[in-house]
Design a protein around this ligand. Structure first.
Ligand code: AR6
Length: 177
């Protein structure tokens, strides 16, 4: 499902972040060391191959709210943007740090002239951010920044479950219509 906002496209889909063939960049819900892990990071590192962790080493460790960009190796994308989301209840202010992940990821994609970016729901797995609050921050941050970008034309939110995807769809309908 998709929405058009100020000439930009926002999509919501249920799926695997490691299988977004038509996206220029995919975003990793990374750990500070930029190595493999569970969830999104596990899926992306497994699909990309060991070069992904090697490429991250010159940037690690990163801080909550930060993002760095690497090549995507065996993934079907041009780049991986690694974002360290806040651990809920620990890294403060968590809402600002989470918004910063989305903003900085978009900024890096724009710098590299990448046309499309797929985001997972950063921080809502192992890091414990309540899903509905994270959804609000994620979409608000993207809506705030996307209109000002020249190269990034499409943002896709990729949710692991159909129930989560439906929450995004309802939120988008509410915000856009
Ligand atoms: N594709 C799309 N979404 C996914 C996938 C996938 N393949 N796998 C999980 N999700 P998480 P975090 C969803 O834990 O909370 C790692 O171990 C998942 O259901 O990946 O930012 C890292 O190494 C949840 O909604 O990221 C870090 O240490 C969302 O993606 C830590 O976890 C994020 O879950 C980062 O934790």
């Amino acid at each position: 499902m998709q929405w058009t906002v100020n000439g930009k496209t926002i999509e919501v889909t249920q799926g695997n972040i490691a299988a977004q063939e038509d996206m220029a960049a995919v975003v990793n819900a990374a750990n500070a060391q930029l190595v493999t892990g569970g969830g999104v990071a596990g899926a992306l590192h497994t699909a990309a191959g060991p070069e992904l962790a090697e490429a991250g080493q010159k940037y690690a460790p990163i801080k909550p709210g930060e993002a760095v960009l690497t090549l995507a190796f065996n993934l079907p994308n041009d780049a991986v943007i690694h974002c360290l989301g806040p651990v809920y209840g620990k890294d403060k202010p968590e809402d600002r740090l989470l918004a910063s992940c989305y903003e900085r990821a978009l900024y890096l994609a724009e710098q590299e002239e990448l046309g499309s970016v797929a985001f997972p729901a950063i921080s809502t797995g192992v890091f414990g951010y309540p899903f509905d609050d994270a959804l609000d921050m994620a979409v608000s941050a993207v809506l705030n920044k996307l209109g000002g970008l020249k190269h990034v034309n499409t943002v896709r939110f990729v949710l692991f479950s159909e129930q989560e995807a439906e929450k995004y769809r309802e939120y988008m309908d509410h915000r856009i219509n």
